[in-house]
Design a protein around this ligand. Structure first.
Ligand SMILES: CC(C)(COP(=O)(O)OP(=O)(O)OC[C@H]1O[C@@H](n2cnc3c(N)ncnc32)[C@H](O)[C@@H]1OP(=O)(O)O)[C@@H](O)C(=O)NCCC(=O)NCCS
Length: 175
């Protein structure tokens, strides 16, 4: 199997299509969200990624067929005062798993991050995703421990629903 890893150029329609197909397949996976993308997300995905200046996407090709993706965003560590790369999605088509493609994508992200002068590569993985965890651990990733004896990092989030409008006072009405 000859795998080629390329950085996606989202101005190219074939790269945009590859990103859409691979993210859709990942969304449908049990370790994605178990169902494909909604049509609104399908329409907005590539233009949205193009509008984000820190987007960095690597695609894995088996010949001319796109089979794997690492969607990353550049970030910045204030304490190290250096950029970082966050891996937001890493996925390989089910037909192509177990052949080293995931690891090749991971290694390519690391190489890219080093070239950008980054201090680290970050990612989140589901606790029960043993396959992905094994791959990350074999590549040198470990759960973040911020301080001695403080345990690992907890990932917090707050979904923002448009359903509940929040009253915002206009500046001129503030006293
Ligand atoms: C996780 C995923 C990206 C791995 O890609 P892959 O191409 O299958 O992985 P690789 O073949 O490069 O294997 C890398 C390592 O993963 C582990 N691994 C691979 N297949 C495995 C399996 N069936 N069981 C357990 N570990 C496995 C091994 O440690 C392997 O290294 P090794 O071959 O030296 O033993 C792929 O399985 C996938 O797309 N899963 C669904 C999406 C997902 O869970 N993404 C991660 C979100 S954080």
């Amino acid at each position: 199997l000859t795998v080629t890893i390329v950085e996606a150029d989202l101005a190219r329609p074939e790269h945009g299509q590859a990103v859409l197909d691979l993210i859709d397949a990942y969304a449908a996976d049990a370790f994605g969200r178990g169902r494909p993308l909604d049509s609104s997300a399908r329409d907005a995905l590539v233009p949205g990624l193009r509008a984000v200046p820190t987007t960095m996407i690597l695609l894995a090709y088996d010949g001319s067929r796109p089979v794997g993706i690492a969607t990353c965003f550049r970030g910045f560590s204030t304490f190290a005062a250096k950029p970082l790369v966050n891996i937001h999605d890493l996925a390989v088509l089910p037909s192509h798993r177990g052949q080293g493609i995931g690891r090749q994508l991971l290694d390519a992200v690391e190489q890219k991050a080093r070239a950008l002068g980054c201090c680290k590569v970050t990612l989140e993985v589901q606790e029960d995703n043993r396959r992905a965890r094994r791959m990350y651990e074999a590549a040198g990733f470990a759960q973040t421990v911020y301080a001695e004896g403080a345990g690992g990092a907890l990932f917090f989030s707050k979904p923002l629903s448009p359903a509940r409008p929040v009253a915002v006072r206009r500046p001129e009405s503030a006293d």
